[in-house]
Design a binder for this molecule. Sequence first.
Ligand SMILES: Nc1ncnc2c1ncn2[C@@H]1O[C@H](COP(=O)(O)OP(=O)(O)OP(=O)(O)O)[C@@H](O)[C@H]1O
Length: 374
Amino acid sequence: MTSNPTLARTASTTGDAAARADFDGAVPQSAPPTGGLDITGLTKSLGGRTIIDSLDMAVRPGELVSLLGPSGCGKTTTLRMIAGFLAPDAGSIQVGGREVVHLGPEQRPSAMVFQNYALWPHMTVAKNVGFPLKLRRPKPSKAVIAERVDAALELVNLLHHRDSRPARISGGEQQRTALARALVQEPELLLLDEPLSNLDAKLRVKVREDIREIQQRLGITTLIVTHDQEEAISMSDRIAVMNHGRIEQFSTPSELYGAPATEFVATFVGSLNRLEGRLEGGRIVEGSGVLGIRPEDVVFVEGGEGSAEDGWLPATVERVVPRGHFAELTVRREDAVLRSFATGLPPAVGSRGRARIGNWLEFEDGRLVRKGSA
Ligand SMILES: Nc1ncnc2c1ncn2[C@@H]1O[C@H](COP(=O)(O)OP(=O)(O)OP(=O)(O)O)[C@@H](O)[C@H]1O
């Protein structure tokens, strides 16, 4: 297993002379990345059903990738096979170019953060974090374990709680303890199963920023399982969108949003007006395809003449849902009822004006065939 230089460097007393000479008191912004993850032909049946169907995926060294998909699509099953808790029926899993599929979880160069954190209630934070090191053979000395535990706790900003028990710290601190317990193992591959699902909305934003920052600083190749598109979009270099045990698209967040390969991806990532038909002169008319229109691509303007020129059609606001810094409008035109996002002061329910469609996606048989723009 490659030792991660940054984690070693965070403890001033840890490491060999070269590492110490390198350490100038500040944690470097980025370390050389750990190895990538290469999965090919991963297959698993459970209860007589194919759950994962010949899955291929390559995560680059130092990359953070989210496995995103609805409940039951097979995210956790995939992660458990990568971690070594579940044996696949077929396929290869390589970490840093080394085949690990036949190894047990503790022999793999990966560490997992569980959804429920799985902390021992009778152990202090420091004992919990040091536990995986105690299981190592040969067992590291007490002093080495203490140094590495402190380095990991410092990374997650939890040194002051080293002697607290899990019941005495907050949910966010428990999450960071679980993260430190994974990082202390200096894994090449960090695996996180719905890491933020037990946190309240505000803390979730803070913790996801923390995880991203630490991950980038250490250069650890990371795979996160989530069903939360906002979480995936805000943290990931790339997102693998899963549906029924297959990856529908594996792209950057902006590619997924702007050019979704399938109707499923378009509806799962971001919100979408889905309408049967096609656009002709800015007007939705009958047709065999499916139109996908992002709410921000529907513009409503109060008052003014509603003329078909430039795609403006008369429109009435039927519903207004404030969303904080913007509002979601339901706008009725003669051809369709559309959701629209409005920034600034939203119009009142019943307001009349005109609405126009700026950009749209065209799907046939569930696949993207064209992107249109007015
Ligand atoms: N031991 C099992 N026996 C039979 N079917 C199983 C078993 N474990 C999981 N499954 C099924 O496999 C499918 C995928 O489950 P998995 O937990 O991987 O989904 P998921 O995408 O992680 O969902 P969630 O977000 O709800 O955790 C589900 O339909 C589930 O019912």
